[in-house]
Design a binder for this molecule. Structure first.
Ligand code: GLN
Length: 477
């Protein structure tokens, strides 16, 4: 097994650059060399921005030489999931249908990273349009798990998780609609955060299921992830679902300790997990209790309906969002005798099988005779899940569970879509409720593959979430 994180973390790198201990140019060139060495095996990237990154590094070094502070992410190499727009850089969503499409604008999170001194080094691979749990649904081939190359890195932000786990970059951005940051973080042994819905702008994130999508960081440690959230968060008038609420004090929250914190173990999510995952998780619980946390079990039977509701709501929204890829406005166009046949040929050629499956599922669920039976019912379940969480948070400050019911699985081993959908059983409930949740590595399961513990918190509860996550990280050492 490869060692995790040979690269310095976010804060360590920024400090080294700011104090002149090392130049940004040498950090970036070392980072690009590590990509050259490992990328053939791992395939974390759809595109490496070699020249831009080197150019940017020189700019950062010049600021430092003039005594100007580039910001909290000074000189930190960061990778971006390839469904987040960077001006003048192709965004593919790992789909053929966006071939050669170049966005004319930056996502809000990109502007914030740049303003904080970060260096963007590349666009990472994902399941096509973020639909999947293994990064095998990419039109550009799968990404492999740096911990063991025969295994998947999880998905859909598999490229982002692998870019951190493989030591290519100090941090990456991903997107999480049903678990796509947390599940790959868990499978690759890194930290991954899905913030409260509305706390990080979605402007410039290619829409999958707009009521669920959220951008968040993947990092090698909890404190770095806290800093990244502070940098990318905040209100944005260009995203109509953005809320007026700044992140603050997250890095400090990591130092508080957990004496007296009420932690609920979601029994229903532990019961569906494999024996090796349960073993690591139970060890974590014992240690949390020993540190003075008030740990107790809670049963939330409503959560057993969450997966089914998600696989109606997400495809329904996707079928509407993906209608815009018509051969006229974006990327690929396959010719036809008239507009209808051009659109049909473009969409048939451009979309992969999983995306087509979701569009068909979603269109069916929204069709007039079935709308109430499927979409309406799924929305009612969504309310039920939210209410179950609200009740649970009357008794607990945070809830915990495994992030993924199993450790990483082998490439090509889950061919049945329903089996793949089950990978998200523990992560989906927080998306339906819009609550924050994150994954922290804790111990190892079968074949020495990493296990992740999920910490969930009520809306805007990131502070206590980071407080508990940092304690788990300390216990894991
Ligand atoms: N694996 C889930 C899906 O395929 C979640 C994806 C995501 O969070 N983007 O829908």
């Amino acid at each position: 097994m490869r060692s995790h994180f040979p690269r310095a973390g976010v804060r360590e790198t920024a400090t080294a650059v700011k104090t002149g201990f090392t130049s940004c140019a040498s950090i970036v060139s070392e980072c690009l060399e590590s990509i050259t060495r490992g990328e053939d095996d791992i395939h974390a990237f759809n595109m490496v921005l070699d020249n831009q990154a080197r150019q940017r590094a020189l700019e950062i070094d010049e600021l430092i030489s003039k005594g100007i502070d580039p910001g909290p992410l000074a000189g930190v190499p960061i990778a971006i999931k390839d469904n987040i727009c960077i001006r003048s850089v192709p965004t593919t969503c790992s789909s053929k249908i966006l071939e050669r499409w170049v966005p004319p604008y930056d996502a809000t999170v990109i502007g914030k990273l740049i303003d904080s001194g970060a260096v963007i080094v590349g666009k990472t691979n994902l399941d096509e349009f973020a639909m999947g749990s293994s990064t095998e649904n990419s039109a550009y081939g799968p990404t492999r798990n740096p911990c063991n190359l025969e295994f998947v890195p999880g998905g859909s932000s598999g490229g982002s998780a692998a870019s951190v786990s493989g030591g290519f970059v100090s941090a990456a951005l991903g997107s999480d609609t049903g678990g796509s940051i947390r599940q790959p973080a868990s499978l690759c042994g890194v930290v991954g955060v899905k913030p409260t819905y509305g706390r990080v702008s979605r402007y410039g994130l290619v829409a999958f299921a707009s009521s669920l999508d959220q951008i968040g960081p993947l990092c090698s440690n909890v404190g770095d992830a806290a800093l990244m959230c502070e940098v990318i968060g905040g209100h944005d008038p260009r995203d109509s679902t953005s809320i007026v609420s700044e992140f603050g004090g997250l890095v400090e929250a990591c130092e508080i300790g957990i004496e007296g914190v009420r932690i609920g173990i979601v029994k229903d999510l532990l019961d569906v997990s494999s024996e090796d995952v349960k073993k690591a998780f139970n060890d974590c619980i014992e240690n949390l209790s020993a540190k003075g946390a008030k740990v107790d079990e809670i049963s939330m039977p409503e959560l057993s309906y969450a997966l089914a509701a998600y696989y109606i709501i997400a495809p329904a929204e996707a079928s509407s969002n993906l209608a815009r890829y018509d051969g006229v406005r974006y990327g690929l166009r396959v010719g036809g005798d008239d507009v209808q046949s051009m659109m049909k040929a473009t969409r048939s050629t451009g979309f992969g099988p999983e995306v087509k499956r979701r569009i068909m599922l979603g269109t069916y669920a929204l069709s007039s005779g079935y709308y109430d039976a499927y979409y309406g019912q799924a929305q009612r379940v969504r309310s039920l899940v939210s209410r179950a969480f609200n009740r649970a948070y009357e008794s607990f400050d945070v809830l915990i569970s495994p992030t993924s019911p199993t450790v990483a699985f082998k490439l090509g081993s889950k061919m049945d879509p329903l089996e793949m959908y089950n990978s998200d059983i523990c992560t989906i409930p927080s998306n339906l409720a819009g609550h924050p949740a994150m994954s922290v590595p804790y111990g190892y399961g079968e074949l020495g593959l990493p296990v992740g513990v999920q910490v969930m918190a009520p809306a805007l509860g990131e502070e206590v979430m980071f407080q508990v996550a940092a304690a788990i990280e300390r216990l894991a050492k």
